[in-house]
Design a protein. Sequence first.
Length: 122
Amino acid sequence: MRTMILAAVFAVTCSASWAYDRIPVSPAIAERVKEGIAAILKDPESARFGDFTAAMTPDGAIYVCGTVNARNSFGGYAGSSPFVGVLANDNAPFKVERLGSDENEIARVITRCQAVGALSLF
């Protein structure tokens, strides 16, 4: 079901123009994103990250979208969950805006990623 929702949302939004300029995700940005995501996970050491996509606003904020798979409270991997967050400036930690924990939240993450121009294939 999750795959069907992701495919449907992607199909609808793939023709939309991006709100901000796409930028490459540097190793430094990726590390800050991983630290920010790990801070909200139950088992941060178990985090397995997918690819990241980023877009920069005119004022320099960087929105990053990606996926993470981590162990849940039962010790099993829950499956990849999409996320979106922002790096407000060079020194700010990554602030997670949304983590797709259920179908509705996944749709919200995808919509937000598309709106900021950092939609990737989850």
